[in-house]
Each structure stands twice: as structure tokens, then as C-alpha cells.
Design a protein around this ligand. Structure first.
Ligand SMILES: [Zn+2]
Length: 201
């Protein structure tokens, strides 16, 4: 399971791309006309091919936008601006946006604040998953499938056959080495290991 853990972010100053600038000019025009599209609270009433957004809260001038700087599914920028900022952008007085970047070097998304969570980078494995991954790493040193099951049961005696077979079959390097198990085969292996355990008097 993955749990939310917001990673530290640092601010970056980004020059507003040409296509986004064109979009802001349209939004500015709508604001000046007091169009319903900019006075109604919404996430996505204002749309273009590469960006959507709307008024964050009725009776304010706070707008939120989601911009896709690359074609297709890829990184996105989350942008929040006041109507006055949009005006300044369109008059050329404001040429950059201050956005936030997470520390994952592979992540090209940008956020409107340091506290914003992205689904990709701000979720980490919970303690149980971290522990399980460590156990499975040790188990990969086993001498064969029977040894693997034996060591698995020594670490996680409460696990049921479905969980065990899931953990085994989800590691392709084991399947490549020893083949994959059916549930019946795994049940037999587990039974065999349990019979071999010394029974307490
Ligand atoms: Zn990220």
C-alpha cells in the first residue's frame, strides 16, 4: 500500500510558453467581458487543447489552471493566478510564473504551491510494504523454490497461500529461474513445509 508523504519542493521561475500566453489572452478577454465562463466556479469551464481551468471560488478573482506542456499524457503544471496577474501577463509586464518542482529528477510536473501533492511523487510505500520488500529481497537468495517457501514462512508465518503465491509470481526473476506456481502447487509446498516443522510437545 502507498501512503501520502508530501516531498519537499523548491520554487522555479518559468517563462510563460507561447501557447499558454495565447490562452491567457483569451481568458483576459473573457474577464474583461465578465463572461459567465469566468464568473462561475469551476475546474474546467475554460478550455483549450492543452490547458483547462476556471474560477476557483465564486466572488473571488482566483483562477486555477492545469496546463500540459507536452503533447499527449505527460507532465502537467498546476497554476493559480489572480485576474490582475492574468492582466499583467497579457500586457507583457509579467513574463514568468513562479511554480514549485518536486525533487524527483524524472518528474517534469510543476505545482502552484509547495504543499500541493502530485499523485506520482508524493506517495511512498507504507511500513508494511517496505518490510515485505526487504524480506522478499533476502528470499531471492534462496537455493530453490522449496527453500524460498520455507524461508518465507519463517519470516511471515501468518501469510495465506494466495498472498504467498502473489509475492512469488510477482517477481519475474524467480519465475524465470524456477518457473511459476499454480495455487495447488503452492498449497502443496506450504503443507510440506508445515509438516516438516518440528511440532511442539
Ligand atoms: Zn513530482
Amino acid at each position: 500500500m502507498r501512503v501520502q508523504k508530501i516531498q519537499p519542493k523548491s520554487s522555479v521561475e518559468i517563462t510563460i510558453p507561447e501557447d499558454l500566453l495565447g490562452f491567457f489572452r483569451e481568458v483576459d478577454g473573457l474577464i474583461k467581458k465578465n463572461d459567465d465562463l469566468v464568473t462561475t466556479e469551476s475546474d474546467d469551464l475554460i478550455q483549450a487543447e492543452f490547458v483547462y481551468g476556471g474560477l476557483i471560488e465564486e466572488k473571488t478573482d482566483h483562477f486555477g489552471f492545469t496546463y500540459f506542456p507536452e503533447q499527449g499524457a505527460g507532465p502537467c503544471w498546476s497554476i493559480e493566478l489572480k485576474a490582475t496577474d492574468i492582466g499583467l501577463i497579457c500586457s507583457g509586464e509579467k513574463k514568468t510564473l513562479t511554480l514549485w518542482k518536486c525533487q524527483n529528477p524524472d518528474c517534469r510536473s510543476l505545482f502552484s504551491s509547495a504543499n500541493e501533492s502530485s499523485s506520482d511523487c508524493d506517495y511512498v510505500d507504507d511500513e508494511e510494504t517496505v518490510l515485505k520488500k526487504e524480506i522478499l529481497k533476502t528470499l531471492s537468495q534462496s537455493s530453490g523454490p522449496e527453500d524460498w517457501v520455507k524461508r518465507y514462512l519463517a519470516s511471515l508465518p501468518e501469510a495465506d497461500p494466495l498472498e504467498i503465491i502473489g509475492d512469488y509470481n510477482s517477481q519475474p526473476e524467480l519465475g524465470a529461474k524456477w518457473g511459476y506456481f499454480s495455487l495447488t502447487e503452492m498449497r502443496q509446498l506450504i503443507e510440506k513445509q508445515k509438516r516438516q516443522e518440528p511440532s511442539n510437545p
